[in-house]
Design a protein. Structure first.
Length: 311
């Protein structure tokens, strides 16, 4: 098309260009075309990353995924399969969650008969940025949230969680500490030991996180709010904020409790040196049935052998 005058009814978009574009660490979303309520959106997902179509109240739109490159695993209830280049999956409308996970670097078109780009791209990007800023402030690297999300979902898949549970787990794991935005910096960043009063304030981040996710304009973020609320509960009832025990704790929160503890152990932070991975695994195993759900620990030991850190 270079050097050729285009008629005003024809729009040529060079590779890499888009009307609008949004990025997180492992996802790129580009709005290619938008007219009369229909949008064509290009997605790029790194291997191991997930995306979803969620059922919504009073929603009756056509949604279509067309795979351009890579492999995309999908699951909805008992239905599951692999999309390959040229494959299409459509729903009108979605009646259950459809979870898509990139088996390898993947590119696909998402076509919707209603305006959705700003609704989920810009707001999600702001939440992702906030979650990463909190992790870095708390002494982690920017990859902390994605590591928690990816390993948690792998464990959830191995435990046979439903697509709805995996959807909630994915968002709840990534945003598990978002409530720390409401904890004063002088307490969150305190290098020494916290006083009992200061620790009581820290504990409130679980409640804050629940409320932040529930109040989001994005309804799918609320799906993970109970994980933000319960991820510091412990199997023996010694956790917070409610001292829940055993199966009173949601399985998603029990998974994040193990993964978050493991990642904290192997991370270098200002007030704590990193343990070796083998030492961290031994500590998790020693607390099986005490602090951590035994079935989650057993599955964690299986999953960690095949888990690879995000690039």
């Amino acid at each position: 098309m270079t050097g050729v005058k285009q008629p005003n009814w024809l729009r040529f978009i060079p590779s890499g260009d888009a009307i609008e574009r949004a990025e997180t660490d492992h996802t790129v979303v580009s709005l290619l075309s938008s007219r009369n309520g229909t949008e064509v959106i290009h997605h790029e997902l790194q291997s191991g990353c997930s995306w979803a179509i969620a059922p919504q109240k009073d929603w009756n739109e056509l949604e279509t995924v067309y795979l351009l490159s890579g492999k995309l695993r999908y699951a909805s209830g008992d239905l599951q399969g692999i999309l390959r280049p040229g494959d299409t999956l459509s729903c009108e409308p979605a009646s259950e969650f459809i979870i898509f996970t990139a088996v390898e670097q993947t590119s696909f078109l998402y076509i919707c008969s209603n305006y959705v780009f700003h609704h989920y791209s810009e707001s999600t990007r702001q939440f992702y940025k906030l979650a990463i800023e909190i992790a870095e402030k708390d002494g982690y690297t920017a990859q902390h949230c994605e590591r928690i999300r990816r390993l948690s979902v792998l464990i959830g898949e191995k435990m046979g969680l439903s697509t709805t549970e995996l959807f909630s787990l994915s968002y709840g794991a990534f945003f598990h500490d978002i409530g720390k935005i409401n904890v004063p910096d002088e307490i969150l960043l305190k290098p020494g030991r916290l006083s009992p009063e200061e620790f009581d304030i820290i504990k409130q981040h679980t409640i804050y996180g629940r409320d932040i996710l529930n109040s989001s304009p994005l309804p799918y973020l609320a799906q993970g709010s109970y994980i933000a609320e319960q991820h510091h509960e412990r199997y023996d009832g010694s956790g917070y904020p409610y001292a829940l025990k055993g199966d009173q704790i949601s399985i998603g929160a029990a998974i994040v409790a193990v993964v978050d503890s493991y990642d904290a152990m192997i991370s270098n932070r200002p007030y704590q040196g990193a343990k070796s991975k083998s030492a961290a695994i031994e500590e998790i195993l020693s607390l099986r049935g005490k602090l951590y759900h035994p079935r989650v620990v057993d599955t964690f030991l299986e999953a960690i052998r095949e888990y690879t850190d995000p690039a």
